[in-house]
Every structure is written in C-alpha cells, then in structure tokens.
Write a protein that binds this ligand. Structure first.
Ligand SMILES: NC(=O)c1ccc[n+]([C@@H]2O[C@H](COP(=O)([O-])OP(=O)(O)OC[C@H]3O[C@@H](n4cnc5c(N)ncnc54)[C@H](OP(=O)(O)O)[C@@H]3O)[C@@H](O)[C@H]2O)c1
Length: 321
C-alpha cells in the first residue's frame, strides 16, 4: 500500500524527532521542514529508514514554498513553537501568524488532515503572551480548517527535553533552589513517546474538529517534580519558597543577560496556573489513548548522567537490605 504523505513542521524538536520515528515505523512517509538543513539534517536523517523521510530547508513564512510543499500531502502536522521571544521570533508570528497561514494553504490545497500542537492551560493563563498567542492561533486555525485537530499537551518530558535535563543540571550545581508559587503549581507530565502514540492514535481514528488535552497518568506539583528529580540524581537540596517580586527581578535580570533565559517574566505568569486536565474538553484517556509512563520510572533511565558515578552508581545499602 502506498504510504500516506505527511508534511511535518518542527520535526527537529523533542516531540518531532520521536514522532518521525513513530510515524515512519508505521508506514507514513514524512517530509520534514527545517529552517537550517546543515544544522538539523544530520539528526533528522537518522530518525527514519531511507525512503521514508525527506528533509526540506525553508523559511516558514515563504508562502510560495508552503503552497508547493502542501501539494499532494495527505496530512500536515505543526509542532513549531518557542518558549522565549527574541528580535527575530515573536510569539505572535510563531504561534498565531504561522498556523494561520499554514492552515489556510492546507485547506486550499485539500490536505486531508491538519494537526496542530498547542499547549495545555492556555485558556486560563490570559496574562501570558505565550498563552495568548497560542490561543489566538487555535481560533484562526479553526476558521481556516474547520476539521483541524488541536492537541494541548501538559509538560512533555524525555531525555531529549529542555525541562527535566535542564533542572537536573541546575539542581546538581546549586545547593539552594527557588520554589515559585511555593511549588504548588500542578502538572500532568506526559512522556514524549506516550504523546507520540497519542498523536498516532489521533491520526488513525477518524477524529476531527476537536481540541484534545494530552496528559500523563499522574498529577504532580512543581515541588514534587523537583523532589523526584533530586531523588533520582541522589542529591539533597534546599527548596526555598521565593516571593514573587524576587522571582520577577531574577527573571528580568536573566532576560537582560541571556539569549535563552532560564526563566522569563512570561513563564512566571504561566507558572501561576495549574497545567492539568480542564474537565471541559476530552483528553487522551477519554479517547482510550492511554499514556502509561510514570515520571519516576522514566527519569531514572537517564538521570544517571547527573549522578556522581554516572551509569554505574549504586546506592549504599545497609547490610540488612
Ligand atoms: N515540550 C513541552 O513540554 C511542550 C508542552 C506543551 C506544548 N508544547 C508544544 O509542542 C510543540 C513542540 O514542542 P517541542 O518540545 O518539540 O519543542 P522544541 O524541542 O523546542 O522544538 C521546536 C521546533 O520548532 C522549530 N522552530 C522554532 N522556531 C522556529 C522558527 N522561527 N522557524 C522555523 N521553525 C522554528 C524548531 O525547528 P528548527 O530549529 O529545526 O528550524 C524545532 O524543531 C511546540 O509548539 C510547543 O509549544 C511543548
């Protein structure tokens, strides 16, 4: 049977790389669009068997190129997203204008399915520019492509993430660690391979015109996540609740000095709201697309990289153990 043709944006990111493997193993042919072939092709090429992946360099705002790329594609998936703005990339351009343009072109070129990855909790975190731009993007997609599917994941983690790996590095370095909002913000972290199974499941089922929340099997507070990471790397650290004004000053300083700040004021606004199922929309469990990976069990598979003696570190057991 001729493989279905997928056009994928954001394929070089954490979710994208895992998704390419999942899709191509299941007989989908993927064309991945990247803005820098020389930097990203080496990683992308190794994610699929020859014949199942094409890599194309393009400026995502080049309408003519998008017209050409969407021609004769069965499915388009958009994973492009940013966590920080800079001079070149604004939230509005990446999360609103680009999905608007892409969904319009896909509809015109009769692409059968349009799947867009948004984020959980964006309808509550209205003070955040990130959330606002994502929400606006969702609305415009439905205007252009009424049968689109929008997935809103909670925190996505894996060895390739920018979250658990970054926090393990920081927890390793510093004896004291700040807890914003007393560490009470709740998350429903989903492992990247579970999320990719959900995306695959959504593709296989005849779903349309829906926003689906994508969550893992447990709800953990920010403090619990840090404690689990600490336990996993065998370290003891002081987790200190930090007043908001101090957090804002820290974020402003980091934003001023760092290209990719560890914390931004916009992220502080997002952190104020729980990132868990809303109860108003269906989630992957409601669709029988289960995510069974537990945070502890997954991070232990790669946290050894942050332990004193690496992969071969052993706990000191007492004689009675
Ligand atoms: N990771 C999470 O915890 C999480 C949670 C909720 C929602 N999401 C959403 O899920 C999506 C994928 O997340 P991820 O974790 O895989 O992100 P990621 O690892 O940061 O990857 C982002 C992708 O976006 C592309 N990109 C960024 N700016 C671009 C630009 N100006 N032009 C073209 N491409 C650009 C990058 O492509 P190139 O560099 O190759 O060009 C990269 O492939 C995003 O929309 C994100 O908001 C993620």
């Amino acid at each position: 049977m001729k493989p279905m043709e997928i056009l994928l944006f954001g394929g070089s990111g954490q979710i994208g790389r895992h998704l390419i493997r999942k899709l191509t193993k299941n007989n989908f042919k993927v064309t991945v669009v990247t803005r820098n072939y020389h930097q990203k092709a080496i990683v992308l090429k190794t994610q699929a068997n020859p014949g199942y992946i094409d890599i194309v360099e393009a400026n995502i705002f080049d309408e003519e190129k998008l017209e050409f790329l969407t021609n004769n594609k069965d499915i388009c998936i958009n994973l492009i997203g940013i966590l920080n703005e800079d001079k070149k990339n604004s939230f509005k351009n990446i999360h609103t204008n680009f999905p608007f343009m892409l969904s319009k072109i896909c509809q015109k070129n009769k692409v059968k399915k349009f799947i867009h990855i948004s984020a959980l909790g964006i309808d509550k975190a209205i003070e955040s520019k990130y959330a606002k731009s994502k929400l606006e993007g969702e609305k415009l997609i439905f205007k252009n492509f009424s049968e689109a599917l929008i997935l809103r994941p909670s925190l996505v983690y894996s060895v390739d993430d920018n979250f658990t790996t970054k926090f393990m590095t920081l927890l390793n370095l510093f004896p004291i660690f700040p807890l914003y909002y007393s560490g009470n913000t709740k998350f429903a972290p989903i492992h990247v391979s579970d999320l990719c199974s959900v995306i695959y499941g959504v593709l296989e089922n005849d779903l349309k015109s829906e926003i689906i929340e994508c969550v893992g099997p447990e709800i953990l507070s920010f403090k619990m996540i840090l404690e689990k990471l600490l336990n996993s790397i065998d370290k003891k650290r002081l987790l200190v609740p930090t007043p908001l004004f101090l957090a804002k000053i820290t974020a402003s300083v980091l934003e001023f000095f760092m290209k990719n700040p560890l914390l931004t004021n916009d992220q502080l606004k997002l952190l104020k709201y729980d990132n868990i199922p809303s109860g108003n929309l269906r989630n992957n469990f409601d669709l029988n697309l289960k995510s069974n990976s537990y945070f502890d069990e997954e991070i232990i598979k790669y946290s050894f990289m942050w332990k004193e003696t690496g992969q071969f570190s052993k706990k000191n057991y007492s004689k009675n153990d």
